[in-house]
Design a protein around this ligand. Structure first.
Ligand SMILES: O=C(O)COP(=O)(O)O
Ligand SMILES: [Mg+2]
Length: 230
């Protein structure tokens, strides 16, 4: 029996252009109306998640920066689990390396991040990994941005820390995502789903692959789970 939902945002509740799917929002509200807790888990900043959570109407529990930071609700300080200093050093190296080639990186929300560094996908993730090969930093390609993160930090590790604070265990969660940054989250949860647009890596660890893509696939998956085991 599952008791809660943890869901990714970009590519799961949104389309490929980050436009939110209104049916997905209605599906989440259906869970909330039945007192099923919903946790948003994303590479986005915690303040972005806080705003999205308020507008959807969840209790505010959220995992940001791919697990580098999380909150249990709207009160209290966010819990930071990642070490941003190594990510900033790595970003400096990337900036000078690619800057020398006339390619300027485009950072995302630099002053709103606690644990990671994110930037636009103007450089292939493979090239970023090559430049940082000797640094203890993880390079994550979410399909929407490239993130630099402390090794060992993921949405899955954050879910393991957050769940007990909500009087739940990670196995109580149905997890849904679209990309490689959701792999550990699906592995930690009791049941994992992805949609047709999920990456090959995520499909490998998912218990179920939903036929449709993006927000419509999310809604189909959650509604079928609701009938079966939520
Ligand atoms: O911030 C990103 O790069 C992607 O965010 P997501 O984890 O919600 O898909
Ligand atoms: Mg995603």
């Amino acid at each position: 029996m599952l008791k809660a939902l943890v869901c990714d945002i970009d590519g799961t509740l949104t389309d490929e252009n980050r436009r939110i799917n209104t049916r997905a929002i209605e599906t989440i509200r259906l869970l909330l109306d039945r007192d099923i807790p919903v946790v948003l888990a994303s590479g986005n900043t915690i303040c972005f998640l806080d705003a999205v959570a308020r507008m959807i109407g969840t209790g505010g529990a959220a995992i940001g920066e791919n697990g580098g930071v999380f909150q249990t609700g709207y009160d209290g300080d966010p819990v930071v689990t990642g070490d941003r200093s190594i990510c900033l050093l790595a970003y400096d190296r990337l900036s000078s390396h690619f800057g020398d080639q006339g390619k300027n990186l485009i950072p995302y929300s630099m002053h709103l991040r606690y644990a990671d560094v994110a930037f636009a996908k103007t450089i292939p993730a493979g090239e970023v990994r090559d430049v940082l090969a000797d640094m203890p930093v993880k390079v994550i390609d979410t399909g929407f941005a490239i993130h630099l993160q402390s090794p060992g930090v993921s949405k899955g590790t954050a879910l393991k820390e957050l769940a007990p604070l909500l009087s739940l265990s990670p196995e109580d969660f149905l997890a849904i995502g679209d990309s490689d940054n959701d792999i550990e989250m699906l592995e930690s949860a009791g049941y994992g789903m992805t949609m047709k647009n999920g990456t090959a890596g995520l499909k490998k660890v998912a218990d179920c692959i939903i036929e449709r893509s993006y927000g419509d696939g999310f809604s189909d998956g959650v509604l079928s789970a609701l009938e079966r085991f939520l």
